[in-house]
Ligand binder design. Structure first.
Ligand SMILES: [Zn+2]
Length: 676
């Protein structure tokens, strides 16, 4: 994407030189369009008709344009020289009481204001309030009462609830700070002294809540014996260079937008409860026996799977050290992460092995925890190892020291956090492999490449669907895992249930359309784009994108621009039609006429969706020739005729035989010589 003035677009329309597929590099004026449009005009002179598919250029929001003007972003899609982002470091102590499913915590957040702005408000997320009565949400839940806030202090000053703003004599009167207002899942804190640019502040919070059972989502417990804890602590919202404070509520469908920082977390649980979480266990000698510590130490170098806690250990109750007080505190440390999640159980079997990251980390620790009655889950260790090694090669070497798959209750479904994923105990076999492979892909996107998931779910789930297809193909030695996703998308298109990919996941009109817009459609389109650009070009670009935006916050227009730089061509037709709109692709063979030198093929665009045309012609004895017409052939026309040079008698013609493009009706994609 790049911004094109509307006037320029109008001028093109007037001259019937539509933008579809035209090569317009950044900064170039209209001139190149003229020669190209002439070049791609159909040979028979028909064509440039007024109802042709016209996709206006992508126009990024004015706030994004300001970021480019301010030098924090750049027109080539890379962070600008002035790029900045905030940082929050957390020290948290939390205790779980399994019988009551009660969690109590206290934390100190050190917030570093790296922005050029002095901040007189800060925004804190209380995710658990989505389970409170009267709070807006788009999922049905069992109420837990949400978060109980016991204390909040800023730089040592206690904060109390501020009165609501009032309207007086035509003016809004806001109460003086410091203090906070709680609104759903957000607390907005007003400061009496702003945090200056380059300064920092310390926020202390004490809180508690009851962990949801079966009526929750993303976290919860199984029979008070397996706990998966996510979205569990008060968390600084993101203040970024494009949109300022992210004030969007946690409604349920959207997951998160989180900054980066360091976490030091103490988790206190009863003796015998194993804890795994984001980061590395920092006090193993206080919670585990020497032989268990040795297994953890040895695992990264191993290709075999060994147990830190075996099923037998669970049966005999020898899972951890014991303590005089009956409680143990497990300390975790994680650097450069966006979030912290953990899982704990008194029945966890704990398997470990190693994986090669191929980067500075070298071999990393792979962990898998599951209960003995779910023995099928043992396979997840190898799935996790494969995922880490595959993505390390395909996207970016895994930068973290460990990766954990944790079995959990059904309501976690499959959910990702830095270095740890929660997956329902019901997943098994290929389904378990698919879920582990999907969730571990999220360790890259959005955990390493820190997108704004709640607003642009496709930059998280779409990329992950794409990555997962390739990883599953690698495991099963197939080449068509992507087709399942394509068929899912096409079903939504057939039902007219689609919503645009660039819509907000929390406000989609229907759940099927929302899911397709986040997962299968962008996943499919990334495969199409990879095919269009060529595997080598695309993969180099994809790695460049991940490396460039690792531990940063890319926006959609950054991705669009980087893709166009890699492609060497304007792709507005692709983003606009497929990401902003819900056009449908139906290429159809209208006629096939043998000529002296080959065959004249006429292809019609029946539904307005634009993609290149890939045509394979073949003879009875199996000789084939595949030609590709660029997407630009559709500039100003719905019907294109071209001669495909060919020696011999063409017996069959087929559009897109390998199904790289999401054509809604393949019945009209092929032609066979009539038998006479
Ligand atoms: Zn996902």
């Amino acid at each position: 994407m790049r911004s094109i003035e509307w006037a320029e677009c109008v001028m093109r329309k007037q001259t019937a030189l539509v933008v579809v597929g035209l090569i317009v590099l950044a900064g170039a004026a209209v001139m190149p369009a003229v020669s190209l449009a002439q070049e791609v005009a159909p040979a028979d002179g028909t064509g440039l008709i007024s109802d042709a598919p016209v996709f206006p250029p992508v126009v990024s929001p004015s706030r994004y344009q300001h970021a480019i003007d301010n030098g924090t972003r750049s027109t080539d899609g890379r962070p600008g020289g002035e790029y900045w982002q905030q940082r929050s470091d957390y020290r948290i102590a939390v205790e779980i009481e399994p019988e009551t499913a009660r969690l109590t915590g206290s934390e100190t957040i050190t917030y570093y204001n790296e922005s050029p702005d002095d901040l007189s408000t800060i925004v804190v997320r209380f995710y658990q309030n989505v389970f409170s009565e009267g709070v807006a949400r788009n999922r049905s839940v069992t109420l837990t009462g949400g978060m109980e806030l016991d204390r909040m202090a800023l730089n040592g000053t206690e904060l109390s609830v501020l009165a609501s703003p009032r309207f007086e004599n035509g003016r809004v009167i806001r109460p003086e700070g410091p203090g906070y207002r709680m609104n759903g899942t957000l607390a907005v804190i007003r400061l009496d002294e702003p945090i200056p640019s380059g300064g920092s502040a310390e926020l202390e919070i004490d809180w508690g809540f009851t962990v949801s059972g079966g009526g929750g989502f993303r976290n919860g417990h199984l029979d008070n014996s397996v706990f998966n804890l996510a979205q569990w602590y008060p968390q600084l919202s993101v203040y970024d260079d494009v949109f300022g404070w992210d004030m969007s509520q946690y409604l349920g469908n959207g997951e998160f937008y989180v900054g980066y920082g360091r976490f030091e977390v103490d988790v206190t649980v009863p003796d015998g409860w194993v804890v795994v979480g984001t980061g590395m266990l920092a006090n193993a000698e206080e919670v585990l026996r020497p032989e268990q510590i040795e297994a953890l130490r040895a695992a990264p170098a191993l290709d075999t799977v060994i147990a830190v806690v075996s099923a037998e250990d669970v049966e005999t109750g020898s899972t951890t050290l014991g303590s005089a007080g009956g409680k143990l505190t497990w300390r975790f440390v994680a650097d450069s992460v966006r979030d912290f999640a953990f899982a704990t159980s008194d029945r966890y079997v704990w398997h470990v092995t190693g994986a090669e990251s191929g980067g500075p980390r070298g071999r990393v620790l792979i962990q898998n925890v599951f209960t003995p009655d779910n023995e099928h889950w043992a396979e997840a260790t190898l799935y996790a190892r494969h995922a880490i090694e595959f993505y390390s090669g395909f996207i970016l070497p895994y930068p973290y020291p460990q990766a954990t798959a944790a079995m959990g209750p059904p309501q976690v479904n499959g959910m990702e956090y830095p270095m740890i994923t929660f997956i329902t105990h019901r997943a098994s076999g290929r389904g378990l492999n698919g879920t582990v492979t999907h969730e571990l892909s999220h360790f890259w996107m959005p955990m390493i490449v820190g997108t704004r998931e709640a607003a642009y779910a496709w930059m998280d789930e779409g990329f992950t669907t794409f990555n997962t297809g390739l990883a599953m193909d690698d495991w099963y030695e197939t080449s068509n895992s992507r087709l399942g996703g394509m068929n899912g998308y096409l079903q939504a298109a057939r039902f007219e249930a689609e919503v645009p990919i660039m819509g907000h996941t929390d406000f989609a009109e229907n759940p099927f359309g929302r899911s397709v817009a986040a997962y299968s459609k962008p996943g499919t389109l990334l495969h199409s784009l990879r095919h269009m650009l060529g595997t080598e070009t695309f993969d180099a670009f994809y790695q460049d994108y991940a490396r460039t935006w690792a531990f940063k916050h890319p926006m959609p227009w950054d991705f669009f621009a980087m893709a166009e730089q890699a492609a060497g061509t304007d792709l507005d037709w692709f983003w606009q039609s497929w990401f902003y709109e819900t056009v449908v692709l139906d290429q159809s063979i209208a006629s096939v006429q043998p000529t002296a030198t080959g065959v004249d093929v006429t292809v019609e665009n029946l539904r307005g969706g634009v993609m290149p045309v890939e045509i394979r012609v073949s003879t009875k004895d199996g000789a084939t020739e595949t030609v590709t017409w660029p997407a630009s052939v559709w500039a100003g026309t719905r019907s294109v005729t071209r001669t495909i040079p060919f020696d011999g008698t063409v017996d069959e013609v087929e559009i897109d035989p390998d199904q790289w493009y999401p054509d809604i009706d393949r019945a009209n994609n092929s032609w066979k010589r009539p038998t006479s």
